[in-house]
Design a protein around this ligand. Structure first.
Ligand SMILES: [Mn+2]
Length: 340
């Protein structure tokens, strides 16, 4: 039987005379929590003289490239062979901010088959359980907050410097939507306070993440809100469907549609906000909800997705018109969550 949250058992391994070779990986298209927790941990391992390497399953947005030592990250899609070699040679693989190996795409099978022991640090519901060591709870605001707990458990808070603190602070700020989501606890604020004391510059981090958009992205958001927003009054739901042509017209890149789904939820009376984007590989969907609407259950049931209770994602391989129609049909099944 697997021991839940047995992460403390890692301590002797990490403090042995012969240091383990560590790989850190995170979910595809890493966001600020995925990359911030990975780089926070990486920068901590640097201080501990533990050899580590971050392998990202894919690329990520430019707004994350300010993070200290970001340039050391390997993109699996770009360096597949090198990544496979590193993974097969590793002693420990840290899997951050995801709960199932399919979330790292092709890397999933490689990690699964690797002889290394796996460590899960995550806050998403229902981890599938591929790991040997686990630090998991949905009570944490972010994986970045869990990395802080991990460093604390290792007795190493004193080692946290401005580099580590900045990466972790970025993850906490974005996953809590600036300390707004209900996952924000007193502990989250205490952790954030320590990170500020250690040298994280809150204003600089906000600026780097939120005031760093391209002109195209800003015009694209304006276009979506003015021309594409549907209000499905009978379901208290906001919907935006973006076609491939529209993505092309505004030169929309990875990460540019990030945050768009939140605008729908900011409308008074709206309980559920959904974004469907016609990406090349699949129709990507984002779900945000207020209160008791289970966004993750909805995503899992109809769109091969999942996530948090109020913030989830999904996808479909069907044509965008079909996805929109299927969504509206599914909505009807959940009508009583949205109308009382
Ligand atoms: Mn997260």
């Amino acid at each position: 039987m697997k021991n839940l949250n047995n992460i403390a058992d890692l301590k002797p391994l990490l403090e042995a005379a012969v240091k383990p070779k560590v790989i850190i990986t995170t979910h595809h298209k890493p966001d600020a929590d995925a990359l911030g927790s990975s780089l926070g941990l990486y920068n901590y391992f640097l201080k501990k003289n533990i050899p580590a390497q971050i392998i990202s399953p894919t690329d990520y947005g430019d707004f994350l490239k300010w993070m200290p030592n970001e340039n050391s990250v390997i993109n699996f899609e770009e360096f597949e062979e090198k990544s496979i070699d590193l993974i097969s040679d590793a002693d420990l693989i840290f899997c951050l901010d995801f709960n199932a190996l399919k979330r790292i795409h092709k890397l999933g099978d490689i990690v699964k088959l690797a002889p290394a022991q796996k460590v899960l640090i995550d806050h998403h519901l229902e981890p599938e359980g591929f790991e040997d060591f686990r630090l998991w709870t949905t009570q944490a605001s972010s994986t970045a907050e869990l990395i802080f707990w991990f460093i604390e458990l290792m007795g190493d808070v004193a080692l946290i410097d401005a580099d580590i603190a900045s990466c972790l602070y970025a993850g906490i700020v974005t996953d809590t939507a600036s300390f707004k989501h209900p996952s924000t606890t007193a502990t989250t604020h205490r952790v954030a306070a320590v990170l500020l004391e250690k040298g994280a510059k809150s204003n600089k981090i906000y600026e780097a993440i939120y005031d760093n958009y391209s002109e195209n992205r800003t015009r694209f958001i304006g276009f979506c809100l003015s021309e594409k927003l549907q209000i499905l009054k009978e379901y208290n739901t906001a919907l935006i469907v973006v076609t491939e042509d529209e993505l092309k017209k505004f030169h929309i890149l990875t990460g540019d549609s990030e945050g768009l789904v939140n605008y729908g939820l900011s409308i008074s009376g709206i309980l559920f906000s959904v974004l469907i984007v016609d990406r090349k590989v699949a129709r990507k969907m984002s779900f945000r909800s207020k209160d008791k609407f289970p966004a993750n259950e909805f995503a899992r049931k109809y769109f091969n997705g999942g996530g948090h209770f109020n913030a989830a994602g999904g996808e479909s391989m069907e044509a965008i018109e079909l996805v929109e129609a299927k969504f509206k049909e599914a909505l009807n099944q959940y009508k009583n969550y949205l109308t009382t």
